[in-house]
Design a protein around this ligand. Structure first.
Ligand SMILES: [Mg+2]
Length: 252
């Protein structure tokens, strides 16, 4: 009797407990599903989709041949005391000692039916400098030296064929005994051209396009060309190089 009574009394309680347990289980799985759904969406937003977009964008990057945007500007380089230094063998200067770490070459020059022998020294880091800037600019050499001398020197330093044009003394403008450089011969649009020269008088016609570099003669530890690279790397993105280069004149 008491057992029947107990069972009769406890049955509704058991039913209620089972029902509650089922509700809690359903609630648990519902919340778990919601949590997993949120986690998946979060991961998609942060990682998976951007990665897919990156892959798609990477596929759309033009090939090297099409990246003319980076080569839209022209960098004109002076030759003597900017990239090399030369002495004529037999002259007084040729007697001076030069560090054995400096790369040099004897170059024979035919001038006025005479054969002259020059010892030409490369400024430290010239090869790396030319290779690097040729990825950013159209590279031109503009020198006040005679073509008979400068041509074979340029042939020597341009081992990777990165120099696209050459201008010599006959292309300079003679003013008060100085050879000035007409940058428009290389690039008519002055927004897109600059001249690196150890002699500031060389860019007297276009002062806002000039970048002065310390004169180099024989210092084996010179790093001026390396120091210039970060600046040239940034300058290639300027809409008008003069807007940046004129600042250096104001700061002086
Ligand atoms: Mg010079």
């Amino acid at each position: 009797m008491s057992a029947t009574f107990t069972t009769a009394l406890s049955t509704p309680g058991l039913t209620t407990n089972n029902s509650l347990r089922k509700k809690r289980t359903r609630l648990f799985f519902s919340q778990m599903y919601h949590y997993l759904s949120l986690t998946y969406n979060f991961l998609c937003a942060l990682v998976i989709l951007p990665r897919k977009k990156l892959v798609t964008a990477t596929k759309n990057i033009p090939k090297n041949n099409d990246m003319q945007y980076y080569k839209g500007k022209t960098l004109i380089l002076d030759l003597d005391e900017t990239l090399v230094h030369s002495v004529r063998l037999g002259s007084e200067n040729s007697m001076k000692e030069v560090s054995p770490s400096i790369i040099k070459k004897n170059i024979e020059v035919q001038c006025d039916k005479q054969n002259l022998l020059y010892e030409v020294y490369k400024r430290p880091h010239v090869d790396f400098f030319l290779k690097t800037i040729s990825q950013w600019y159209k590279v031109v050499i503009y020198t006040a030296s005679m073509a008979e001398y400068a041509d074979p020197v340029i042939d020597w330093i341009d081992q990777d064929n990165v120099i696209s044009r050459r201008f010599f003394r006959q292309s300079c403008v003679l003013k008060n005994g100085n050879f000035l450089k007409d940058l428009t011969l290389a690039e008519e649009d002055l927004c897109k051209v600059c001249l690196v020269d150890n002699s500031p008088i060389a860019f007297d016609l276009y002062k806002e396009n000039g970048i002065a570099l310390p004169t180099w003669i024989s210092n084996p530890n010179d790093e001026s060309l390396l120091d210039l690279l970060p600046f040239l790397d940034a300058l290639r993105f300027a809409a008008d190089v003069r807007s940046i280069l004129r600042l250096q004149h104001k700061l002086k």
